[in-house]
Design a protein around this ligand. Structure first.
Ligand code: NAP
Length: 286
C-alpha cells in the first residue's frame, strides 16, 4: 500500500490512476499538484484528490511515490523543481508517451535521485483531457510499459509494477529504444494520419458539405484528431526520428495506391486491401 501518493499534472492519466488506486484502497492519501487551482479543486470535488499543493516542492515532501503526468515538454522543468525537495526514499515515475527524452530529462535533472526514477507509459487513454475526463477503470486489462535502465533501483521498479497491477493493468518491461519505435508505429503515426486528414479536408473550399456527409468510417478514423494539441506537439518533438521514418514509409504506401489508380491496376489495389483486411481481422480483440 502507498501512504502518500503525489500526482503532478492531474489530467486524464493522473486522475484515472488516483481514482483506481483509491477505489482499490491501495493508497492512503493522494495529493495533487498543478498550475491551475481550479483544476485541483475540481479534483477534490470529484474524489480524485484528498488535498493539493500549487508548489511542487511542498507537494512532494514525504511522498512515497510521485507520478509525473504532465505533457512531455514540461517534464524537465518539473524534475528540476522536484530535485531539492525529494526525500531519499521517494520513488518517482512518469506516464509520458515517449521515453527517450523523459529519461534524458530525468538523468539531467534528478541527480542522485535518478536511480529512484522508473519510466513508465500506460497504453491506455482517450482524446479527452483534464481531471474531469478521468475514470477508475481506464487501466483495466490495458498494458503498462516500464522502461527501467541499468541504474534503476530494482525495488523501485517492483513498487511501480505493483502499483499498476493494482489498477488491473498488465505490466511489461521493455527497453526505451524498443518502446519508442513500437509506439511510434502503433500510436504516434495513427495520430498524425488523423490530424492530417482532418486538416486536409478542413482546407477544402466545400468543407461544410464534406463534413455534413461524414459517417461512421470518418468518425472512427478521426476521433483521435480531437486529442490535446500540446500533448501531440510534444510527442512529435520527442519521438521525431522514429516518426519521420514511419511517415516516409507511409507516404510510399499512399503512392502505391495512387499509382495503382493511375495505372488502372485493380489487381494491385485488391491485393493491398485484401492483405490489410487479413492483418486487421487478426486484431479484432484490440
Ligand atoms: P491532460 O489531461 O492534459 O493532463 C495533463 C496535466 O498536466 C494537466 O491537468 C495540467 O494541469 C498539467 N500540465 C499541462 N501543461 C503543463 C506544464 N507546462 N507544466 C506543468 N503542468 C502542466 O493530459 P493527459 O492525457 O493526462 O497526459 C498526461 C501525460 O500522459 C502526457 O505526458 C501524455 O504523453 C501521457 N499519456 C497520455 C495518454 C492519453 O491518451 N491522453 C496516454 C498515455 C500517456 P495544470 O493545468 O493544472 O497544470
Amino acid at each position: 500500500m502507498i501512504n502518500r501518493l503525489v500526482i503532478i499534472g492531474v489530467g486524464l492519466i493522473g486522475s484515472s490512476l488516483a481514482l483506481s488506486l483509491k477505489q482499490k484502497k491501495y493508497v492512503k492519501t493522494v495529493i495533487g499538484c498543478g498550475r491551475s487551482e481550479d483544476n485541483l479543486k475540481k479534483g477534490i470535488e470529484l474524489g480524485v484528490l484528498d488535498d493539493y499543493e500549487l508548489s511542487i516542492s511542498k507537494a512532494i515532501k514525504g511522498a512515497d511515490v510521485v507520478v509525473v503526468a504532465v505533457p512531455l515538454g514540461a517534464m524537465d522543468s518539473v524534475f528540476k523543481q522536484m530535485y531539492s525537495a525529494l526525500d531519499q526514499a521517494t520513488i518517482i515515475t512518469d506516464v509520458g508517451s515517449a521515453k527517450a527524452t523523459v529519461l534524458r530529462d530525468a538523468q539531467n535533472s534528478l541527480g542522485e535521485h535518478f536511480k529512484q526514477f522508473v519510466p513508465g507509459h500506460p497504453i491506455a487513454g482517450s482524446e479527452n483531457s483534464g481531471v474531469e475526463a478521468g475514470f477508475s477503470s481506464l487501466y483495466q486489462d490495458r498494458k503498462v510499459i516500464l522502461t527501467p535502465v541499468k541504474d534503476t533501483n530494482n525495488e523501485a521498479v517492483s513498487i511501480i509494477e505493483n502499483m499498476w497491477k493494482e489498477t488491473g493493468a498488465l505490466v511489461e518491461l521493455m527497453s526505451v529504444e524498443h518502446h519508442d519505435k513500437v509506439l511510434a508505429a502503433t500510436s504516434h503515426l495513427p495520430h498524425m494520419l488523423a490530424f492530417s486528414l482532418v486538416s486536409h479536408l478542413s482546407k477544402m473550399s466545400d468543407q461544410d458539405e464534406i463534413f455534413n456527409y461524414a459517417a461512421g468510417g470518418f468518425r472512427d478514423f478521426t476521433r483521435i484528431a480531437s486529442s490535446d494539441p500540446v500533448m501531440w506537439r510534444d510527442i512529435c518533438m520527442a519521438n521525431g526520428d522514429a516518426l519521420l521514418e514511419l511517415i516516409s514509409g507511409f507516404k510510399n504506401e499512399l503512392d502505391q495506391i495512387a499509382n495503382a489508380i493511375k495505372e488502372q491496376n485493380p489487381q494491385a489495389l485488391f491485393e493491398l486491401f485484401r492483405d490489410s483486411k487479413h492483418t486487421r481481422d487478426q486484431l479484432r480483440d484490440l
